[in-house]
Design a protein around this ligand. Structure first.
Ligand SMILES: CC(C)(COP(=O)(O)OP(=O)(O)OC[C@H]1O[C@@H](n2cnc3c(N)ncnc32)[C@H](O)[C@@H]1OP(=O)(O)O)[C@@H](O)C(=O)NCCC(=O)NCCS
Length: 189
């Protein structure tokens, strides 16, 4: 699917807009519960049970892609400002991430907390467009605020790791056993 086809097939709305235009919280929840992701139940659970509360409490912003024909939720991403905890990270990497100190416990960053497609849209190759959209929103905040990097906790699966690598993310840990791997998109060189 080309970018043009993607833009024609789907419309993106911020969850806040949906909350404002939906008569009740229950109805909004019902809309969110139509999303399913059997490959990643965390992604599904977040949209079903947390996204609404997080949006209303300004913890994060969720952006949903609706299929223009069926009006179904095809995919979503959630972004936020966050902090990166440096526990277990080498001093060299901490210095690189922080910019100049190597002994800090936390470093401010942007976060892509969730990103993925609903089961029915599994075969639509749209991940790179969603990621580009998420990064565009973050880039505009970055231009105003600064910030060293965008963080994502990627599913520790070779195909998902390659997806982020192909889109300029670098792994900053390499634990083969863990469920997720922290990856960053740096704004520094
Ligand atoms: C990650 C994602 C957005 C990439 O989308 P895309 O660029 O359109 O590419 P695809 O969906 O074809 O995924 C690429 C490959 O990774 C695999 N993959 C994707 N997510 C996976 C997961 N969570 N676990 C295992 N494999 C996964 C796909 O099956 C596909 O494999 P294939 O090439 O053999 O068909 C999308 O696959 C997705 O929504 N995955 C499920 C949700 C998820 O895990 N998100 C990542 C959170 S860090």
């Amino acid at each position: 699917m080309t970018r043009k086809q993607f833009d024609e097939a789907f419309s993106c709305f911020q969850l806040s807009e949906i909350i404002s235009n939906t008569p009740s919280k229950r109805k909004t929840k019902q809309i969110l519960e139509t999303f399913s992701c059997s490959k990643n139940l965390d992604l599904q659970d977040f949209l079903h049970n947390k996204a609404l509360t997080f949006e209303q409490n300004l913890r994060s912003r969720t952006y949903l892609y609706f299929d223009n024909e069926t009006k179904e939720i095809a995919a979503y991403y959630t972004i936020a400002i966050s902090v990166f905890f440096t526990d277990g990270i080498s001093n060299d990497i901490i210095k690189l991430l922080d910019g100049y100190k190597d002994d800090v416990r936390t470093i401010p960053c942007f976060l892509i907390g969730q990103l993925g497609k609903s089961d029915k849209y599994e075969r639509f190759k749209i991940g790179e467009y969603m990621l580009a959209d998420a990064l565009e929103v973050i880039d505009s905040s970055h231009r105003s605020l600064g910030g060293r990097f965008t963080l994502i906790d990627s599913v520790n699966n070779p195909k998902v790791l390659s997806f982020y690598k192909d889109n300029s993310f670098l792994a900053i840990e390499s634990d083969k056993e863990s469920e997720s791997i922290k990856m960053i998109k740096p704004y520094f060189n």
